[in-house]
Design a protein around this ligand. Sequence first.
Ligand code: SF4
Ligand code: SF4
Length: 86
Amino acid sequence: MWKKLILLLMIGLLAGVLYAAKEKKHTVDAKGCIGCTLCVQSCPTKAITMQGKKAVIDPEKCVNCGLCVPKCPTKAIHPPKTEKKK
Ligand code: SF4
Ligand code: SF4
């Protein structure tokens, strides 16, 4: 009984951590991307790939270094949203 509860708790915790990690990475606004590939060249972890003519960031590979942000001529790359303080 207790083992099952602890196991469920751990699975829930792990899922929450993974979800949070996935959400808090740099992202590309596809509408603003003109497909120049400058960000792809700038990423040290190769987290950015071109899908068609749009850049896409793999949240599993992005380490939030921010190097790609100033490279984008259209400011289409956005840092993770930070929670607003009340
Ligand atoms: S923030 Fe850094 S790791 Fe993430 S996509 Fe941009 S250059 Fe790559
Ligand atoms: S640098 Fe900006 S415009 Fe160029 S491919 Fe990357 S996201 Fe798109």
